[in-house]
Design a protein. Structure first.
Length: 127
């Protein structure tokens, strides 16, 4: 029973992460995501915002697929939790400027709670 629930959760999470990752390669959403990169992460020490968006898209796709492969489930879950922590500054930045980012700018506290819940679901999917 628990194994079936975990499989269903892994499949659902894989769909979400792969779909979100694919959006990183579609010009309109990718431009919007590049705009979410905080100013502190722009400049010569960092890859371009577009490169960061492409890299994070690859991370989401790889993590989603990794959740479905028995040999990589645990590593994928760990990587996705690290990923969710790593991208949170972009979400916090968007939350700070709702007039600029519109509906992408989910208020800070609800976004933080959602991010923590998503991390917990990723972990539960592979325990």
């Amino acid at each position: 029973m628990v194994e079936s629930l975990q499989l269903g959760l892994r499949i659902a999470l894989a769909i979400v992460f792969v779909a979100m990752g694919i959006l990183h390669f579609i010009p309109g959403p990718a431009r919007a995501m590049a705009g979410l990169i905080p100013p502190v992460m722009r400049g010569s020490r960092w890859p371009s915002p577009r490169a960061l968006v492409l890299f994070t898209g690859l991370c989401e796709i790889a993590g989603g697929i990794g959740l479905l492969v028995a040999a990589t489930q645990t590593a994928a879950a760990i990587a996705l939790v690290v990923f969710l922590v790593a991208v949170f500054p972009a979400n916090a930045y968007a939350a700070k400027y709702p007039e600029r980012f519109g509906r992408v700018a989910i208020p800070f506290w609800p976004r933080l709670i959602a991010q923590v819940v998503l991390m917990a679901l990723v972990v539960l999917a592979v325990l």
